[in-house]
Design a protein around this ligand. Sequence first.
Ligand code: G6P
Length: 476
Amino acid sequence: MASTHGAEVLVASNRGPVSYEVREDGSLNARRGGGGLVSGLSAIGPEAGAVWVCAALSDADREAARRFEGGRRLPSEATGGQRVRMLDIDPDVFSDAYNGIANSVLWFVHHMLYQTPLEPVFDAEFRRRWASYEAYNRAFAQALAEEAAEGAAVIVQDYHLTLVPGMLRDFRPDVRIGHFSHTPWAPVDYFRMLPDDIAEQVLRGMLGADRLGFLTRRWADAFAGCCDALVGGLGGTRTGVHGLGADAEFLRERSHRADVFERMAALREEIGAAPDGGARKTIVRVDRTELSKNIVRGLLAYRQLLEERPQWRERVVHLAFAYPSRQDLAVYREYTAEVRRVAEEINERYGTAGWRPVVLHVRDDFARSLAAYRIADVALVNPIRDGMNLVAKEVPVVSDSGCALVLSREAGAYAELGDDAVVVNPYDVVGTAEALHEALGMGGAERVERTKRLAAAATALPPAQWFLEQLEELRA
Ligand code: G6P
């Protein structure tokens, strides 16, 4: 099935580097995405002719995929020169696979988000959705099989595509297959909550790869633990750890553009000054409104701080940027509403004429996030569980005068940043409030020193090297 002009390097992920919207006049407007994979892949340059296979995520994407020969010929200016193949998957199949399985089951398992005894229920409806997940994975495997040159290297991304390595192996025994997980991996006692045949299918699908990459040793070990217990070990599949770092060059340049300075001024206006004219301290958090990010407990910890440490009243503002995510799922919509409710409640309870304790923004604005990173005194990163968490890595790189980091020990980033952060148990609201108090009181010199060390650790493996390292290991 290898095509004669096949690509030597391929990447597959659910979300691709470009998305579309339909303009009023019916034409299509392309929006380029960001993130580690986009900059990582650009490291090998367009001349390498790499192909990125992704799914059409919306009606506009599907329209684009159809207009441009099954997504094979998306205009390259729209994709930043990247060759993209956008798969036009049946919307119902896509929704079952993406919403129904990837984000409602596999994401929940790996982040240990189920609220037993009510969840999960693996019933006939789950089985129906699972069939869609298989079909969706097969569509990716087929496209990769068509696009890959003889002996090509393919790197498949994340929990959406766990079955692709095994399927692609069947179609194309000649290609080298890697898979990289951007999430945690569940410990076996939690993972085996999945029906036995499904758990086995996921592991065997992944083990179709030559090499599996994880963000930290902890997740790689958890995967190996599942394989030992459920399928008799890793077989011939190698595993490796690649801790994706922040892109210092990009962040430093981007955070000094005019739009960021404008937003710094606007934020300073919103933060205001204490009644005695003194500067207010700022605690920042930036997340998708994502259940695993633990935004509500973060707000409760802040409320606890104001309650137990009244000296901070009027003297601190919590900038909470919680950008809507996965709003097709009711549980995400409810969570977003809860975040708003708790923020409002804190403002009603403690706010004064000249002081809004929580400034909550829900509209995605990267320039505003960078502005907040630059001016914040404390960054709060308290996920229940997180594959890595790049906010924890971006803040120290961008901070103007040092920012204390309050970091969950359950974030992958903890393995690299734990020594210079104030570390919290994400479930412990009182403990998190005390950590915020400690971070707010940290002396300037110590904060600067710690921030320097955090920035060095955070940028140890920039996206370009992260990607090349995996490619080399896969070809070795
Ligand atoms: C996590 C996943 C990514 C995903 C991202 C945004 O970081 O590891 O694969 O793209 O969340 O989620 P979304 O569902 O919007 O793609």
